[in-house]
Design a protein around this ligand. Structure first.
Ligand SMILES: [Zn+2]
Length: 178
């Protein structure tokens, strides 16, 4: 930075020390000899999201978390699950070592994880994110979930849609399998 007294462009550092969020440097102007202080903040590597309309927006972990939280609302997921999903996605994003990432890539990362975690949360997220325009598209997605479930998905990894107790507490007309 230029000298605040004479506006000269160059200075030497006479002292520097770490402060909580960066480095504080004491500088001396090479022209007039005045001393002044600068602070350099450590900045995390910028990551930008390119949205559908091509606008760029700085990656915002809170926004990601709140989208996932909304999809998981009232779902019986263990405490900390959402935070772990967010951390996991963040780590994957940074591991790509790119400064710009299309929002679709992040959306897919969320969907892949929700699909393994909870179908209802997945469908909720997908219905917003993919903007299913009609019920047919939504039904196709659900059908593909059900098909995949029959063929490949390990059902023990899925949470029941309703706790088993609720299902069984259905009352008089409850059927027994025996
Ligand atoms: Zn100066």
């Amino acid at each position: 930075m230029n000298c605040p007294y004479c506006n000269y462009h160059d200075s030497k550092v006479v002292d520097s020390r770490d402060v909580s969020d960066g480095i504080r440097r004491r500088r001396e102007c090479l022209a007039c000899g005045s001393r002044f202080t600068t602070y350099e903040r450590i900045q995390t590597v910028g990551l930008f999201v390119i949205k559908k309309d091509q606008r760029r927006e700085e990656f915002n972990r809170d926004k990601l978390a709140s989208g996932i939280r909304k999809a998981c609302e009232k779902r019986p997921l263990p405490t900390g699950t959402i935070d772990r999903v967010v951390q996991d996605i963040e780590a994957e994003l940074y591991s790509l070592s790119k400064s710009e990432i299309p929002s679709a890539v992040i959306g897919d990362m969320v969907m892949n994880r929700l699909k393994k975690l909870d179908y209802i949360a997945y469908i909720r997220f997908a219905s917003v994110y993919r903007q299913f325009t009609d019920i047919t598209a939504l039904k196709q997605e659900i059908d593909s979930l059900v098909d995949g479930q029959e063929k490949t998905v390990d059902m023990t990894s899925q949470l029941p849609l309703l706790p088993a107790d609720d299902l069984l507490a259905g009352g008089k007309r409850r059927r027994t399998r025996r």
